[in-house]
Design a protein around this ligand. Structure first.
Ligand SMILES: Nc1nc2c(c(=O)[nH]1)N[C@H]1C(S)=C(S)[C@@H](COP(=O)(O)OP(=O)(O)OC[C@H]3O[C@@H](n4cnc5c(=O)[nH]c(N)nc54)[C@H](O)[C@@H]3O)O[C@H]1N2
Ligand SMILES: Nc1nc2c(c(=O)[nH]1)N[C@H]1C(S)=C(S)[C@@H](COP(=O)(O)OP(=O)(O)OC[C@H]3O[C@@H](n4cnc5c(=O)[nH]c(N)nc54)[C@H](O)[C@@H]3O)O[C@H]1N2
Ligand code: SF4
Ligand SMILES: [Mo]
Length: 719
C-alpha cells in the first residue's frame, strides 16, 4: 500500500487529500491534516476522485460514430480523421465556422487550460469560442477589467479576518466557495461569529449558509442591483462613506453618488422585497463594522443584471474603504502570477470587438455568450450577421470538459441543433448527454493519472499557498492527457507545426516549451517569490507550501488602468443602469420565478454516476413556498408541471418556507435519462429533470451576455 497526497480538483476549495492506494486501485480518500489551507477538511464529494477513477463507464479509448453505434478507434486514426475534416470545413466555410466550447473542469486542469484556451483556438483561427464562463463568472471578469484594468484582478473576501461578511447570492456552505478558494467554510463562518463578527445573507432562499447566519433577508430574484444602489444611496446620503487609504485611488465617485441618489430604499422596495428600514440598517451596520466585506457569486452573476450587481458589490467595498484592506476584499499574491500572465498573454480583457451572427451579442475577451450557441448553429446561413463582422454559421463544434446540453440555457434546443453540424467532437471522460451526439469522443486521463497545479485557484485563495499534485499513477500507454489531445489536434490542423504568426506569445511558448510543466516552472520562477519558490521546491512539499495570509497594499501592483486609479463609474456600466431603471415597476408575465440550487453531494452535471454520492433521498425536486402551493392546491410529494417560455417538465414538489413566496428552486445538472447513447449506468437510473430545459437562451444580461439561470419566469400547475 502507498499513500499519495494531492489537491482535490473537484471544486474550487482545492482541499488537500491523502489517498491510500495499491497501484492504480484507490483504497481510501481522506483529508490531509497537513495541508496548510484545508487542514484536513474534505467534503463528501472527495470520494468521487476514486469513484470516477474506477468507474466502468469512464471511457478509455477514442470512439467514432459509425451509423448509430460508437466503435473504438486508435488515437492516430482519430487525430488524422478529425484533423482532415476540420481542415476541409475550414477551407469551405472559414475558420469561424468551427466553434469551441470549454466547460468548468478546465479551470481545474492547468495543462489542459493552456492548450484549450491558448493553443487550439489559435491553431483553428476561430472567433467562435464559447465556455461555461458565460453561465457563471463572466460578470466578475468583465467588471474587474472595467474597474481595475485587468480581468485577472479578483478581490477575495478575507473571511478569516473580517468582522462583517455580507453574502449576496452565494451559498459557500454548500458550494465550498467560488472565486474564493475556501476549504472548511463551516469552521470559518463559525469562527467569524465566535470572534463577534456578523454574517448577513441576501438570498431568495434560506440557504444552508443563510441558516447559520446572524441575519437572512429574502430578496426577489434579480433585485440585487436595485438593493445595492439603495444600499449606496444610504451610504452616500448619510455620510457613511469612508474611503480611507483609497481616497486618492479612485475616479468616478461623483457619478456614482448621483446615480445612487436616484434609487431610494423606498423606490426599489417593490423590486427587492426588502423593506427600506432593513436596507438602511444593513448599510449602517456594514459601514460601522471595523472591517467588512460584501461578496456575491452565482445568484448575482448569472442573472439579468449580473454585471451591475457585481460592479456595485465592488463599489460598496471601495467606498467604505474595505478594498485591499485586512478583513475586507483583498488581492492574493499567488506564486504563479495570474495578473502577470494575463499581461503577457494579452488577456487583460476586451469587450464587444466582434459579435455573434444572429443576435449581435458582444464578445467578451474572445468569447461569445453560450446562450447564443444553439442559434449560431441552427439558424440558416442566409441570415446575415446582425452586426458588421459577425461570425458565420457554425458547421463544426468541439466540446471539451463540458456538458452544455445539461448546463446551458435551453439545452434542449442546443441538443437539437447538434443534428445540423457537419462535425462534432467531444473531449470527455464520459459518453453523456452532450458527447453522445459527437462523431468522435476523445477521452482524456482523469485526475489521479496526471499531475496538477492550481494556477487559477491559488490566485483566488483565502491564503497564499502553492501546491503541486503529482500523478498517483502514470497514464497508461492507451491514454492521452487533455493537453496532449489538444496538441495533436492543433498540429493536425496546421497540417504540420502551427504557424507562429497567428499565435500569441503564450501560445508560442506553449509550443516551444513543449510541456505544460515547463511553462509552470517558468511562471513560478518569474512570479513574486522568484527562484526561492521554483517548481522543484514546490514539488518537494507534498502537503503544499503556506505563503501566509493575504496582504493589504497590493493595489498599486495590481491596477492596470491608465490612470492607475480604480474606475468606480465606467461609462458602460453607468449606461446599463438605465436598463435597470426601465425595469422599475415592470410586471412579470408568469406567476413564479425559478432560481437554481446546488447540492452538497453533486457537482454540476457530472458526479451523478457515483453510487455513493447519489444514494438517499431524491434531490432533484422543486421547492415552493406554502402560500404558493396552497393557492394551487399542491402538496409535498406531488409531481407538478413547470412551464417556461422554452419548455416544460414534470418534477416532484417539496413545499417549504425556505424559499420566498413567488420563488421556486430547482437544482441543475440532472436529467440523464435523455435517450440513446448515454453511458452512465447509475446516473440514468437516477432520473431527475434538467433545469436547463426551462432556462431561456433569450433571457440574458444583454450587457455582459451571461445567461439568466437565476430568475426564469415559470408557471407551476398540477398534472
Ligand atoms: N440552471 C443552471 N445551470 C447552470 C448553473 C446553475 O447554477 N443553474 N451553473 C452553471 C455553472 S456555474 C457552470 S460552471 C456550468 C458548468 O457547465 P459545464 O462545464 O458545461 O458542465 P459540467 O456539468 O461541469 O460538465 C463537465 C464535463 O466535463 C467532463 N469532465 C470531467 N473531468 C474532465 C477532464 O478531466 N477532462 C475532460 N475533457 N472532461 C472532463 C464531465 O464528464 C462533464 O461532461 O453549469 C452552469 N449551468
Ligand atoms: N456541492 C457543489 N459545489 C459546487 C458546485 C456544485 O454543483 N455542487 N458547483 C461549483 C461551481 S461550478 C460554482 S460556479 C460554485 C457556485 O458557488 P455559489 O454561487 O456559492 O453557489 P450557488 O448554490 O449557485 O449559490 C447561489 C445562491 O444564490 C441564490 N440566488 C438565486 N438567485 C438569486 C438572486 O437573484 N439574488 C440573490 N441575491 N441570490 C440569488 C441561490 O438561492 C443560491 O443560494 O459552486 C461550486 N461548488
Ligand atoms: S470541498 Fe469537496 S469537492 Fe471541493 S475540493 Fe474539497 S473535498 Fe474536493
Ligand atoms: Mo461554475
Amino acid at each position: 500500500m502507498a499513500v499519495h497526497h494531492r489537491a482535490c480538483h473537484l471544486c474550487e476549495a482545492i482541499c488537500g487529500v491523502e489517498i491510500e492506494h495499491e497501484g492504480a486501485r484507490v483504497l481510501s480518500v481522506r483529508g490531509d491534516r497537513e495541508d496548510p489551507v484545508s487542514k484536513g477538511y474534505i467534503c463528501p464529494k472527495a470520494v468521487a476522485l476514486a469513484d470516477v477513477h474506477h468507474d466502468p463507464d469512464r471511457l478509455q479509448r477514442p470512439l467514432k460514430k459509425v451509423g448509430d453505434e460508437f466503435v473504438e478507434i486508435g488515437w492516430d486514426e482519430a487525430f488524422d480523421e478529425i484533423g482532415a475534416r476540420l481542415r476541409e470545413i475550414r477551407e469551405r466555410h472559414g475558420a469561424d465556422a468551427i466553434a469551441h466550447y470549454v466547460g468548468n473542469p478546465i479551470a481545474h486542469n492547468y495543462a489542459a487550460a493552456i492548450y484549450a484556451m491558448g493553443v487550439f483556438p489559435a491553431a483553428v483561427g476561430t472567433r467562435a469560442r464559447y465556455s461555461s464562463q458565460s453561465t457563471d463568472n463572466l460578470p466578475r471578469m468583465l467588471v474587474s477589467w472595467l474597474l481595475f484594468g485587468t480581468q485577472a484582478a479578483l478581490p477575495i473576501p478575507d473571511v478569516d479576518r473580517t468582522r462583517h461578511f455580507l453574502v449576496i447570492g452565494a451559498n459557500p456552505l454548500v458550494s465550498n466557495g467560488s472565486l474564493m478558494s475556501a476549504p472548511g467554510m463551516g469552521r470559518r463562518l463559525a469562527e467569524l461569529r465566535a470572534r463577534g463578527g456578523r454574517l448577513v445573507v441576501i438570498d431568495p432562499r434560506r440557504s444552508e449558509t443563510a441558516e447559520v447566519a446572524d441575519e437572512h433577508c429574502f430578496i426577489r430574484p434579480g433585485g440585487d442591483a436595485f438593493f445595492l444602489l439603495a444600499f449606496l444611496h444610504v451610504l452616500f446620503s448619510e455620510g457613511l462613506t469612508k474611503p480611507r487609504h483609497l481616497s486618492a485611488r479612485t475616479s468616478g465617485e461623483e457619478t456614482l453618488r448621483a446615480l445612487a441618489a436616484r434609487f431610494t430604499p423606498e423606490k426599489v422596495a417593490p423590486e427587492t422585497g426588502i423593506t427600506p428600514d432593513t436596507v438602511r440598517r444593513l448599510a449602517r451596520e456594514f459601514a460601522a463594522a471595523d472591517a467588512a466585506v460584501a461578496y456575491g457569486r452565482m445568484g448575482v452573476s448569472a442573472q439579468e443584471f449580473g454585471a451591475l450587481a457585481t460592479w456595485l458589490i465592488d463599489v460598496v467595498n471601495v467606498v467604505t474603504g474595505n478594498l485591499d484592506r485586512v478583513g475586507g476584499a483583498m488581492f492574493t499574491t499567488p506564486a504563479a502570477d495570474l495578473i502577470g500572465l494575463a499581461d503577457v498573454a494579452r488577456l487583460r480583457g476586451h469587450h464587444g470587438t466582434y459579435h455573434s451572427r444572429v443576435r449581435g451579442l458582444p464578445e467578451w475577451s474572445d468569447e461569445l455568450p453560450v446562450a447564443a450557441l444553439a442559434e449560431e448553429i441552427d439558424t440558416p446561413e442566409d441570415v446575415a450577421p446582425k452586426k458588421p463582422g459577425g461570425v458565420p454559421r457554425i458547421r463544426a463544434l468541439l466540446t471539451s470538459s463540458g456538458n452544455p446540453v445539461l448546463s446551458t440555457p435551453n439545452g434542449a434546443r442546443l441538443e437539437r441543433a447538434f443534428a445540423s453540424l457537419e462535425l462534432m467532437v467531444s473531449i470527455d471522460i464520459y459518453r453523456n448527454e452532450t458527447s453522445r451526439h459527437a462523431h468522435y469522443i476523445l477521452p482524456p486521463t482523469f485526475a489521479l493519472e496526471r499531475d496538477h497545479y492550481d494556477i487559477v485557484l491559488h490566485a483566488v485563495g483565502l491564503r497564499n499557498a502553492a501546491k503541486w499534485s503529482p500523478a498517483m499513477v502514470p497514464r497508461a500507454p492507451h491514454q492521452r492527457h487533455d493537453w496532449e489531445i489538444y496538441r495533436e489536434l492543433s498540429v493536425r490542423l496546421a497540417g504540420g507545426p502551427v504557424p507562429r504568426a497567428v499565435l500569441g506569445p503564450l501560445t508560442k511558448l506553449a509550443l516551444a516549451a513543449a510541456t505544460p510543466e515547463r511553462i509552470l516552472a517558468l511562471l513560478l520562477r518569474t512570479g513574486p517569490y522568484g527562484k526561492e519558490l521554483g517548481l522543484d521546491v514546490v514539488k518537494r512539499a507534498k502537503h503544499g507550501i503556506d505563503l501566509g495570509p493575504l496582504e493589504a497594499g497590493r493595489l498599486t501592483a495590481i491596477l492596470r488602468t491608465k490612470s492607475k486609479k480604480i474606475r468606480l463609474a465606467p461609462p458602460q456600466l453607468v449606461a446599463d443602469v438605465e436598463r435597470l431603471a426601465a425595469k422599475l415597476g415592470r410586471h412579470r408575465t408568469r406567476a413564479l420565478t425559478l432560481i437554481g440550487r446546488r447540492e452538497l453531494r453533486s457537482n454540476n452535471s457530472w458526479l451523478h454516476n457515483s453510487a455513493r454520492l447519489v444514494k438517499g433521498r431524491d434531490r432533484c425536486t422543486l421547492r415552493m413556498h406554502p402560500t404558493d402551493a396552497e393557492g394551487r392546491g399542491l402538496a409535498s410529494g406531488a409531481v407538478v408541471r413547470v412551464t417556461s417560455r422554452v419548455g416544460r417538465l414534470e418534477v416532484p414538489l417539496e413545499v417549504t418556507d425556505e424559499v420566498m413566496p413567488g420563488v421556486v428552486s430547482l437544482p441543475h445538472g440532472y436529467g440523464h435519462r435523455r435517450g440513446a447513447g448515454v453511458k452512465l449506468g447509475v446516473a440514468v437510473e437516477l432520473g431527475g429533470v434538467s433545469a436547463n430545459d426551462l432556462t431561456d437562451e433569450k433571457a440574458i444580461d444583454t450587457f455582459a451576455g451571461t445567461a439568466n439561470l437565476n430568475g426564469v419566469e415559470v408557471d407551476v400547475t398540477s398534472i
